[in-house]
Design a protein around this ligand. Sequence first.
Ligand code: SAM
Length: 226
Amino acid sequence: MVGTPIGNQYDFSPRARDILDTVSVIACEDTRTSGSFLRNMSIRTPLTSYHQHNEHGKTPELINRIQAGESVALISDAGMPAISDPGFLLARAAHQAGIPVVPIPGPVAAVTALAASGLPSDRFVFEGFLPQKKGRQTRIKLLVEEERTIILYESPHRIVKLMKELLEHTDENRLCAVGRELTKMYEEIRRGSLRELYDEFSTRSKQKGEFVFLLAGKSYSEEDVN
Ligand code: SAM
């Protein structure tokens, strides 16, 4: 399970590079996206596709290849595999088959945003993407009751909608943060009340880039902090 950068290519670790250079095959979500990244890193290992639409069928095939003596590295388009990306099925199947799973850590957008957010990081929950339609409102109602910092992934065209939905269900003064385009040229880390961030982002003509949204726990108040 090999982490790759979430933007800045200098976050690619020497260890990740060595592993990807030496395994028999690299399983990746998109052979074109990863192919171009790996070529830039001078890695010419063969690729095979492993994505959300073929992972069920492809998992036993990769396990068979490992059992036949090959070594397989799994990467995703960005960040750590298995984090809002394919990977869980393969790691589980490897464990079940007695195959060692070796983590080669790299950046994760959620934790990167949390560390920079200045929101409580001692206890947090990662929710990934909320369902787009069915179950979304139910999930939001549950989440606003959460006492730990909540980390969400959201697409640029739904980020303002997410803030609006949260405003309908929780206190507008609740502290939150947005990490946008982390590690990239237009990186932005915004922090403020839910109302302030909603007002700020909703007046932008277009939302661009990749977003992590963080909401402080229900009872967290900055006045409690020395
Ligand atoms: N596996 C990845 C990880 O370890 O973070 C997450 C993959 S998920 C399909 C993609 C989502 O992660 C984006 O829609 C966005 O919410 C978040 N994300 C990824 N890269 C980001 C970045 N550079 N800045 C902000 N958010 C990012």
